[in-house]
Design a protein around this ligand. Structure first.
Ligand SMILES: Cc1cc2nc3c(=O)[nH]c(=O)nc-3n(C[C@H](O)[C@H](O)[C@H](O)COP(=O)(O)OP(=O)(O)OC[C@H]3O[C@@H](n4cnc5c(N)ncnc54)[C@H](O)[C@@H]3O)c2cc1C
Length: 381
């Protein structure tokens, strides 16, 4: 693995770093308090190309590989993570099914609009009765001539309230278990599609998750990803596998932000007539944070690089997701401790980060599910 990133990636990273610092970070608390982000900022993020980082240049994206996307995600972790969530579904779960398993026509039709950010993309697998056990989804798709009629409900869908196009997993043959699941590209304008309840969440208040309801929703047969029934579960797993690595990269950036804030605070906060960083108890917390971040960054880059080399990364992706999501929760906890009472107050970004990052051990496969994946790989003959 080459540790020297190509010139263009370094330039993109530096541009993203400046954008985060100058445009996003100054409004990050405001966005949290208002529970929405200004459309002008979303437009700027479109102009920066952030909606198409992972989409090939031929479809109008930036054409980054997994490693490149991770390097960028690390920067996006250094501010309110809701900004990354806004365009993250376009780079990740909302586009990758089409990109990995879609037909040339499907890619041609959808990817340019997703890459530009004209359309927001989402991914709808989870249902009220099917979370970790994703193969037990109940949303049905029945063929009627040239269309499928979808019936059912998805919940907790990131950007579900604003999505223009959604990769939806539905059962086309319930006798076949996971092999009876098919992935559909569903546009919000298709008859029978509606947005249900918008969730009230613990964190990431700058963007929403929502229910999506299908009532005889008419989806053209040509919108089956790859045009083949029964491949949807495999497509979903491929999408999630990549997401595990790129989400882990966000955690590295968030943890770095927490460490930097903790170093700065511990140098200026004086108690017992000296800065608190003069105490070994604080120094060791900082050191442990740095060790974890260093370790996490290396495994993210390595797993991303392996994926870019077309290696099978099922186990690595799961390990990286568990390690980095648990790491960032430990790091933000230490950061809050170092900030003392101030870290518990709404004025401090650490308070928000503490809540926001709790999600990362749950979505796109809980820590328990990742450990199931890892142990399955370890124990297989
Ligand atoms: C903010 C947010 C955004 C999300 N965005 C999306 C999205 O865009 N698209 C989408 O499809 N989904 C999305 N999800 C859903 C998310 O992926 C699920 O919440 C997650 O997979 C867990 O499912 P569950 O909530 O039903 O928990 P459950 O599956 O009910 O799990 C509850 C607990 O039991 C544990 N558990 C379950 N089975 C086992 C087992 N066999 N062994 C050990 N422990 C087990 C779990 O690890 C967990 O701790 C989102 C969720 C949230 C909160």
């Amino acid at each position: 693995m080459d540790y020297e990133f190509p010139e263009n990636l370094r330039l993109m990273r530096d541009t993203a770093r400046r954008f985060v610092k100058n445009e996003l970070e100054p409004i990050s608390q405001q966005v949290e308090e208002e529970g929405k982000m200004p459309e002008s900022v979303v437009q700027k993020m479109r102009e920066m190309g952030f909606f198409g980082l992972s989409i090939p240049e031929e479809y109008g994206g930036m054409g980054l590989g997994t490693l490149g996307e991770c390097v960028m995600n690390e920067e996006f972790g250094k501010t309110n993570v809701c900004f990354r969530s806004r365009f993250g579904t376009n780079n990740g779960i909302g586009s990758q099914g089409i990109l990995i398993d879609g037909t040339p026509e499907q890619k041609e039709k959808y990817l340019p609009r997703i890459a530009s950010g004209e359309w927001t993309a989402a991914f709808a697998l989870t249902e009220p009765n099917a979370g970790s056990d994703a193969a037990s989804i109940q949303t049905k798709a029945e063929r009627k001539g040239d269309v499928y009629l979808l019936n059912g409900m998805k919940h907790f869908i990131t950007n579900g309230d604003i999505a223009d196009v959604v990769t939806v997993m539905a059962v086309t043959d319930k006798t076949k278990g996971p092999r009876g699941v098919t992935a559909f590209i569903v546009e919000k304008t298709f008859p029978g599609y509606s947005v249900g309840k918008i969730d009230r969440k613990m964190g990431i208040h700058g963007n929403n998750t929502a229910e999506i309801v299908f009532e005889d929703c008419q989806v053209p047969a040509k919108n089956i990803i790859g045009l083949e029934e029964g491949r949807g579960f495999v497509t979903a797993m491929k999408v999630l596998e990549k997401g595990r690595i790129t989400i882990a990269a966000v955690c590295v950036g968030v943890a770095q932000y927490c460490l930097d804030a903790s170093i700065a605070y511990s140098k200026q906060r004086v108690q017992f007539k000296k800065p608190i960083c003069a105490n070994q108890a604080i120094q060791w917390m900082l050191a442990d944070m740095a060790i974890s971040i260093y370790t996490a960054r290396q495994i993210v880059y390595h797993a991303a690089w392996c994926r870019d080399q077309k290696q099978r990364v099922t186990q690595q992706a799961a390990m990286v997701k568990v390690y980095c999501t648990e790491m960032v929760n430990r790091v933000v906890d230490s950061a809050l401790q170092i900030h003392g009472g101030m870290g518990y107050m709404k004025e401090s970004p650490i308070e928000r980060i503490y809540r926001d990052m709790r999600l990362f051990r749950i979505f796109e496969g809980t820590s328990e599910v990742q450990r199931m994946v890892i142990s399955r790989e370890l124990l297989k003959d």
